[in-house]
Design a protein around this ligand. Sequence first.
Ligand SMILES: Nc1ncnc2c1ncn2[C@@H]1O[C@H](COP(=O)(O)OP(=O)(O)OP(=O)(O)O)[C@@H](O)[C@H]1O
Ligand SMILES: [Mg+2]
Length: 587
Amino acid sequence: MTDSTSQSLQNGKQRNVWWRLLGLIGSHWPLCIVAVVGMALDSLAQSGFIYLLRPLIDQGFSTGNSIGQWLPLAMFGLIVLRVTGNFAGIYTMEWLGRKIVASLRQQLFNQYLVLPKRFFDQHSAGDLVSKLTYNTDQVAHATTNGMITAIRDSFTVTALLVVMLLQSPTLTAALAVLLPVVALIVGVISRRFRKISRKIQQSMGGLTHITDEAVRGHAIVKLFAGQRYEQQRFEQTNEHNRRLHQRLIATQLASSSLVQIFAGVALLLVLFLATQQRFELDITAGTFMSVLGAMVAMIAPLKRLTNVHALIQKAIAAADSVFKAIDEAGEQDNGSHLSCSDGHINFSKVTFCYPGRKQQALSGISLDITPGTVTALVGRSGSGKTTLAALVTRFYSPDTGSVSLDGVSLEDWQLEGLRDQMAYVGQDVVLFNDTLRNNIAYGALQDKSEQAIQAAIRCAHVDEFAEQLPQGLETIVGDRGHLLSGGQRQRVALARALLKDAPVLILDEATSSLDNISQQFIQDALQQVMQNRTVLIIAHRLSTIEHADNIVMMVDGRIVEQGRHAELLAADGAYTALHRIQLAAGG
Ligand SMILES: Nc1ncnc2c1ncn2[C@@H]1O[C@H](COP(=O)(O)OP(=O)(O)OP(=O)(O)O)[C@@H](O)[C@H]1O
Ligand SMILES: [Mg+2]
């Protein structure tokens, strides 16, 4: 792509983002009208005030003039009008701004709940958090301030120009010569502004990301003496962020300083023209003061107007990143099949490769899981067991081949209905910073009866440790459950899965952190739960799956053998080798 086409694409995209932002504001159009009218009143009142300087100076001070009676009143009226207009205009715009932040945050949050796992594989949590907190705020701040400046200040500049024209067209025309120079400055500076804003947003994402990791991993940081490394990493990004902000401020100051210099030149020009008799402009003291007043009053809005483009660019840069995440396609959910499953899972010639990986995580997987049976997946670390389970829950779809439940391809199931059929305990236990009870009766499980909750708690042996906690089931488990032990966390996750009472139960290393005694207890309790249910167990400790109806041995993403424990031992293959090693190690 040539530079010019990419530039025009870039411009087109920016325009779209801008229109979309305006659309957000425009959806509250009655308030927009209030804001515009308020700001217009503010500008008109200010210009009117300056216009009245001429009669005030030329006639107000001469004796016996009737103007002295109504002029103070008119001027006070204009001040009241200006204050009212300003209040209404700014308040309404700020209201709109906060409304936009709230709405964008909500949209983004909702989106985070439906985005596919693939998306989270590719984005760091810190980046996503910063998008929701920082970028949305940037959008609102830059949009409201940009709009306030664009509307109010352009009204003011226009109205003041009209005042100048009414007072002295010749002087005004002479000043107009300077306008193209101002426009040029605006153009150059706004481009630079946009570039820096984008970089600042990226570095904010970086800051959140590093902080997030250091805070979460604080124990490892301390034990492996990672403080210096983390400090340096943070310092670099922090310093980069500070420099970028400084550059932004320098750009802003450069633009306003230039405008001030041009204002000075304009002032010189007016003074020169007004005081030179040979131009015969016939300027009274009142006219001069009024034009001068208008000019001085114009400096501040002009300065802001040179930055408005930059502000809008900032809004566009921030909005672009927010809209990108909002527009990201959610999980595919085009199927319509809905029923209570009998738990028959079938893999037919499935291959799957993670994006960006060369080696397939699963290849040539054909596996039939009979309803109501227990299937165990075993194999070395990285052999694809968790990936296979992730295809059952439809976190990923196969590249070729298909996975079906009850003979219906998973793609044809309605997604929520499909996941209703499955209970899951993952390798990484996910707990929320809430009470034990709410972690177990989570989400849709809130409606389960107390009896069912108690049964799940007993079955997963949660009661054993819950009784000893000060608040029992009402104890808060801490961020990600860090106030519990690893084995206790697993039992809570297990209780949650058991409470769901779904036809398919997937347990990925669900009892790996438990001591042998607890594991045996849970194993016994699970025996009952597993009846009449399709269970997929992933386990490294082979002793826990010896009684499974089918043991599937995986090597490098392939199924190399399957059968019952005794059959596999008789075959003397990969499973037997693994079994022998574990026996020798005392596992
Ligand atoms: N999100 C991911 N993105 C890219 N590659 C991945 C991802 N998750 C896993 N992999 C890769 O896919 C392969 C299979 O991983 P998987 O997690 O299925 O193994 P596993 O058999 O469950 O191992 P373990 O017993 O250690 O849990 C590994 O090589 C791993 O590096
Ligand atoms: Mg795994």
